[in-house]
Design a protein around this ligand. Structure first.
Ligand SMILES: [Zn+2]
Length: 334
């Protein structure tokens, strides 16, 4: 399509969102209303050094722009979600999956693309995506919980991401739900991630090897430390006793986490997303809600919060990055 955009008051209307993951890049070019014009993906194949990844991001952006029949310079801004704590100036402070410490993502990408660039933590940005374009549409204050291998979170209040003075706010997977409980790694104990994420479930499977042998998991080629969500959901639906017990336990703890979030922040909406929820959300949601109701304070406040499943799936971070980029083009506006 011939995109001859009017750039009213100098504001360009197309935006790009970049999802930088530990193994792949996902880029979307979209309109300001979230209409996706094109997508491009690229596998990192183990190459996670900072400068090569930035060059891959630019190549992926160019591919996505070509798919939307526009040029890189037609973009109003580029938003990025990175697996890191991110400072307000777009420096990724610490991205263990990438091996990055204090790398200037925004500055580097801005110099390579000559576009304005904003960068946020991937779960923060994914939460913003659900807030603006997904399950949180119409909400004022929203908290996202993303359950995958780990458990990430994000907090949006009246359109603004809350990332804290230490850039680590909303690390909701590391809320303590059991004092001196299971370890999440790095000596941190008893946090939600150690119970409700795939790595947490994995630790339980590893401890119950005898039961695993009698379960449906024994028929699949699985890494017990990190059982794929699809395998979990098949076994769950087939009524596997061990998998049901472990997934239900994860859902119960997730409900405890949700209760703590409601008690602390009183958001109007909590969105549950991530690979585990995409595979098992419908099965887990009733247990999450029931546990949240038991543990929230005061109990009636539960009624004021909707607990819903994410809608954007794989696009959440990239579309959230589009929403984040929109804040640069239209500061202070949703
Ligand atoms: Zn932890």
């Amino acid at each position: 399509m011939g995109v001859k955009k009017k750039s009213g008051k100098g504001r360009k209307r197309l935006l790009a969102g970049v999802d930088i993951g530990g193994t792949k890049l996902h880029v979307i070019v979209a309109r300001a209303d979230g209409t996706v014009l094109s997508r491009a993906r690229s596998k990192l194949k183990g190459e996670t050094a900072f400068v090569p990844v930035m060059k891959r991001v630019v190549a992926c952006l160019e591919k996505a722009c070509a798919g939307a029949d526009v040029r890189l310079r037609d973009l109003g801004a580029v938003g990025v979600g990175a697996p890191s704590a991110v400072r307000a100036d777009g420096v990724a402070v610490n991205a263990p999956n990438m091996g990055w410490r204090n790398v200037p993502v925004a500055r580097k990408l801005a110099s390579l693309t000559r576009r304005p660039v904003v960068v946020g933590n991937d779960c923060d940005v994914g939460t913003l995506g659900e807030y603006v374009f997904g399950a949180g549409r119409g909400s004022e204050s929203l908290v996202g919980l993303f359950v995958g291998t780990g458990l990430g979170g994000g907090i949006v209040h009246h359109g603004q991401l809350i990332s804290g003075e230490n850039h680590l706010a909303a690390e909701l997977g590391h809320m303590i739900v059991s004092v001196d409980g299971r370890e999440c790694g790095g000596g941190h104990r008893g946090c939600l991630e150690a119970y409700a994420s795939k790595s947490g479930m994995g630790r339980r499977f590893q401890r119950e090897k005898a039961r695993v042998k009698r379960s449906l998991l024994a028929r699949e080629d699985v890494d017990l430390a990190n059982v794929r969500s699809g395998v979990l959901s098949r076994a769950y639906r087939a009524g596997d006793e061990l998998v049901r017990e472990v997934v239900d336990e994860a859902a119960r703890y997730l409900g405890v986490g949700v209760a703590n979030v409601i008690t602390c922040l009183g958001p109007d909406t909590i969105v549950l997303g991530g690979g585990v929820i995409e595979a098992l959300g419908k099965e887990m949601l009733p247990t999450v809600r029931a546990a949240a109701k038991v543990h929230v304070f005061p109990p009636p406040s539960f009624r004021d919060t909707r607990i819903v499943l994410a809608r954007l799936g794989d696009d959440a971070v990239a579309l959230g990055a589009v929403a984040y980029a929109l804040q640069v083009v239209k500061p202070g506006k949703r």
